[in-house]
Design a protein around this ligand. Sequence first.
Ligand code: TZP
Ligand code: MG
Length: 214
Amino acid sequence: MKSFDLSLYLVTDRSLSLGRTLEYIVTEAAKGGVTMVQLREKDCSTLEFYQQAMLLKECLRPYNIPLIINDRLDIALACDAEGLHIGQSDMPYAIARKLLGKDKIIGLSVECLQDAIDANELDVDYIGISPVFGTPTKTDTAPALGLNGIREIVKISRHPAVGIGGINRTNAANIILAGADGISVVSAITSATDPKEAALQLRSIINQTIKKTI
Ligand code: TZP
Ligand code: MG
């Protein structure tokens, strides 16, 4: 059975890790309570990507945290990751599902209401609402959807949803209050002086906020 928790979802970016390895960042984040990790690496060779995925799989195994691979279906298959995250211009969902099988997690980025409506036709496991706010981490994004965008999308979507883009401890609660099941962050954990402490703080905000919404 596929079971996963979207509440605190770390997405990696080596260029923001302040010289520390992703193994270090991910292990500290796991100790701090992240529930999913996505390996998202641009500008790296297939060999490096594969080796990095295998290293992160080892780091996450003791914590039982799923490793999701961004975009690269071949890497997800090669390292037997728990899942794949695809964007609107990546491998079509149907092909990814056919090759990965029904037991793997597949997430899809939605960048507007129509993407979310279209995603209702697909058996994706979650949607990533992208971007919620503008962010220097990724500048080639669709226009920011804001909290209203989250509200509109979760109202019509049949899938669990996580917000991404410009999320940190000052606005994390609002993402949950707008109806998302979780937050996805890159810099708020990856660039923190103490990634474990950053994850703990986000974890605590999410726990408090989820309690209020129940
Ligand atoms: N997709 C949409 S925004 C984004 C991605 C990968 C980057 C989010 O980074 P940060 O540092 O959490 O704003
Ligand atoms: Mg992509």
